[in-house]
Design a protein around this ligand. Structure first.
Ligand SMILES: Nc1ncnc2c1ncn2[C@@H]1O[C@H](COP(=O)(O)OP(=O)(O)O)[C@@H](O)[C@H]1O
Ligand SMILES: [Mg+2]
Length: 255
């Protein structure tokens, strides 16, 4: 498949909640978007506008009310092992060690040998900066470290597409900045998964820090009201004037 094709497309996606009263609550009417290979796409929008719902549709966890989701040229109708979603509040299994929590994500993979699975588990624990903590349990870790375990768990399956739902929003700013750097470095390293990342966030700074392209989602039902390309060199300097010009521009669009 040519890399000029999008890795994922949403075509005329509509989604509504069925309420108990029998009424429907429209979340999206008509969303069209594409994620390209090797792209870091940011989606920003106010709380409650439908960002999590959109990611769950992209992950194949939720079927749209109408419209289609195309992943690598085929319609996506169920979760796909090549797509990983890291949840807003990731939960780890409390009675399993960090090593086992990560290993669990690939334990049932038939195409990998046992040695390969073990090597991958150790590699990704190392890449997220948790080597030395393999035998610790989730309760012994800080919030930032738990988030790192969740990231290792999302990446150990070698997904082509990583979907991040407000991955840094529950972290203190310093921890968030460090983790943002690591996500960026992993994505920049072509030898490591994932090829493409979609990150949704209500934090405009986070999105400008990481994304090549930003979509602004707004309204009820939500629409993509703007699209812009972030033409800043990496790693991006949050204190620069250009950085703030992007933040301001998006802030005006969102509010
Ligand atoms: N089970 C549900 N029934 C009805 N409405 C829901 C349900 N789940 C979520 N919603 C509504 O869908 C909207 C979008 O939710 P969500 O995708 O979580 O937004 P975001 O992630 O942007 O905060 C919210 O405004 C919420 O009110
Ligand atoms: Mg959400």
């Amino acid at each position: 498949m040519s890399n000029k094709e999008p890795i994922l497309s949403l075509i005329d996606v509509k989604f509504e909640h069925k309420l108990r009263s029998g009424r429907t609550l429209p979340i999206f009417n008509n969303i069209n978007l594409s994620v390209h290979y090797t792209e870091f796409l940011g989606i920003v929008g106010p709380s409650g506008c439908g960002k999590t719902t959109l990611l769950r549709i992209m992950a194949g966890l939720v079927r749209p009310t109408s419209g289609r989701v195309i992943f690598r040229g085929e319609e996506l109708t169920e979760p796909n092992p090549r797509i990983s979603l890291m949840y807003q509040n990731p939960t780890l299994i409390p009675w399993l060690s960090i090593w086992d929590n990560v290993y669990l994500a690939i334990s049932s993979r038939k195409e990998m040998s046992e040695i390969e699975k073990r090597e991958k588990t150790s590699l990704f624990i190392d890449l997220v900066g948790l080597s030395g903590y393999e035998s610790a349990y989730p309760a012994e870790l800080s919030g930032g470290m738990k988030q790192r375990v969740a990231l290792a768990r999302a990446l150990v399956t070698s997904p082509d597409l990583l979907l991040l739902d407000e991955p840094f929003s529950n972290l203190d700013p310093l921890t968030a900045i460090n983790l943002i750097r690591e996500v960026e470095n992993m994505w920049l390293d072509a030898s490591l998964p994932p090829a493409s990342i979609v990150m949704v966030s209500h934090s405009i700074e986070e999105v400008v820090q990481l994304a090549d392209r930003v979509l602004v989602l707004k309204g009820r039902p939500a629409e993509i009201i703007a699209e812009l390309r972030v033409e800043l060199e990496r790693p991006r300097n949050r204190k620069s004037d250009e950085f703030y010009r992007y933040v301001d521009e998006i802030f005006t669009l969102v509010s």
